[in-house]
Design a protein around this ligand. Structure first.
Ligand code: F0G
Length: 459
């Protein structure tokens, strides 16, 4: 069976007169269509989306900002989406084509307690975990799912550590598409798995890791008429760019000194970096924030790629971390991430399992919470401060990528004191005792509850 092309008459040149094109990140080859695997037909590297119209007539920065602000008062469904509101930065085709769950529109919080802990008074969190399916993936999925349907596909598919699959399944269901999920067996949280099931995906738990799932998906899309929704798909990254647009709008277009983001498959850092570079090129911001990527020590492919190979070739690793969302050893978008780190002057750091658990509890104690992979940002900030890369007087935005409820097992094990049991971190984990709030089982008497209250008052 011959798979349909990723472009159909609807999104072909006639319908989108030079609205967007695909460009290879390595050889620069430009095309109006992308192959099924979203790789360059010349050299096989990744593609990105470009906007030829920006060259012909540079959009006016003030007019864009004012149009985006105006749309916040609109009741049109594309304007209610925190992604499509910024459609001048997106491969937008028509209002009717869009599959949306009103993604984006996420809050920017201050973090007074973490500010005290780190000594950085101007510390903020952009909470992407407050998207419709609980992670930043929704901002990219609305765009990529829209193009999957426009291209006439019936099936969409992804490999995932959990969040992509939850998001893809939801947007597919919303858009009347069928979805196929490939996840590593036993390596993703039940919450994420349950989302994919509830949204009706065909869910395969493969006896391999994430990297194995992604490899298989790459082969599958060349053999079967399924549209791949991993972040290799450049439409995903275009949608994820809006995190940066919305953030800068929330900061009244005054760039922070630093943006810190977790790194797994490295699509998100690449997307945020692309948005920053585009905003700068079009004059929406006067200077670039430094974009830094933080990885878990057990899944540190980018850290090693930069340290051991100067960013010139990928150093893959066998990934192992309790922050399962970023348990990735062979990140697909590593070249894009290296580019945005270099272009913005950002850093790349790694943090330990203990540091992740501590940071997660500290963010939780702010009353906002996040999943373990998101907490690497705070842990990484502490490292970047120690190294003098971030100065206490600078402003810092942490990107929290996933909701606290995404991985309740981690949280419960942490508070019960079981997270590091029988691991090499067991002794070090004891030092986090003061942060733990284990559930207390009591007889159902007033006395018992009052005694517990009095006990708690002492701490
Ligand atoms: N944070 C969370 C909560 C994630 O789910 C992911 C990736 C990342 C950070 C890393 O982002 O891959 O763009 O560098 N999750 C993917 C998934 C891989 O399948 O859900 P990245």
């Amino acid at each position: 069976m011959l798979p349909p092309s990723t472009s159909t008459p609807d999104v072909s040149r006639k319908a989108r007169p030079l609205v967007f094109r695909f460009r290879c990140i390595a050889c620069g080859h430009l095309s109006d269509d992308a192959a099924q695997n979203f790789r360059c037909v010349n050299c096989g590297d990744l593609l990105e989306i470009t906007y030829p119209r920006w060259k012909e007539a540079k959009p006016n920065a003030d007019q864009l900002k004012s149009a985006w602000k105006q749309r916040r008062l609109s009741l049109d469904s594309v304007d209610l989406s925190g992604v499509w509101r910024f459609r001048e930065f997106l491969p937008f085709v028509s209002d009717q084509a869009v599959i949306s769950l009103r993604e984006g529109n996420t809050p920017l919080y201050d973090l007074p307690q973490c500010a005290r802990i780190t000594g950085v008074p101007r510390l903020f969190a952009k909470h992407q975990g407050l998207n419709p399916t609980g992670s930043f993936k929704d901002t990219g999925m609305t765009v990529a799912a829209t193009f999957a349907r426009l291209a006439g596909f019936r099936w969409v598919a992804c490999a995932s550590t959990g969040n992509t699959s939850a998001s893809m399944a939801a947007y597919a269901a919303r858009g009347g598409l069928r979805s196929l999920v490939l996840v590593p067996e036993g390596k993703i949280s039940w919450s994420k798995l349950s989302q994919a099931l509830d949204y009706g995906a065909v869910t395969c738990q493969l006896r391999t890791d994430f990297d194995g799932c992604l490899r298989l998906l790459q082969e599958l899309v060349l053999r079967a008429p399924v549209y791949q929704l991993n972040s290799i798909n450049p439409f995903r990254l275009e949608g994820q760019k809006t995190l940066a647009l919305e953030l800068l709008e929330q900061l009244d277009w005054q760039p922070p000194d630093h943006i810190i983001v977790p790194g797994g498959n490295l699509g998100n850092s690449s997307a945020i970096g692309k948005a920053l570079l585009e905003m700068h090129a079009l004059g929406l911001i006067s200077h670039l924030p430094k974009l830094s990527v933080i990885q878990s020590e057990g899944a540190n492919a980018l850290v090693r790629t930069l340290r051991e190979a100067d960013g010139k070739r990928l150093v893959s690793v066998h990934a192992e971390t309790r922050a399962t969302a970023i348990r990735i050893g062979n990140p697909a978008s590593w070249k894009k991430a290296v580019h945005v780190l270099e272009a913005t002057g950002g850093a790349c750091e790694q943090v330990t399992e203990i540091e992740i658990a501590q940071a997660k509890a500290e963010i939780g104690a702010e009353g906002i919470g996040c999943e373990p992979a998101s907490a690497v940002t705070l842990a990484g900030l502490k490292k970047l401060l120690q190294k003098g890369f971030v100065k206490p007087e600078e402003s810092v935005v942490l990107v929290l990528t996933g909701n606290l409820l995404k991985d309740p097992d981690f949280t419960i094990e942490f508070h019960r004191g079981d997270l590091f049991k029988d691991t090499s971190d067991e002794d070090a984990g004891v030092a986090l005792k003061a942060l733990r709030r284990p559930p207390i089982v009591l007889d159902a008497t007033l006395d018992a509850v009052i005694r517990t209250l009095e006990q708690a008052e002492k701490f």
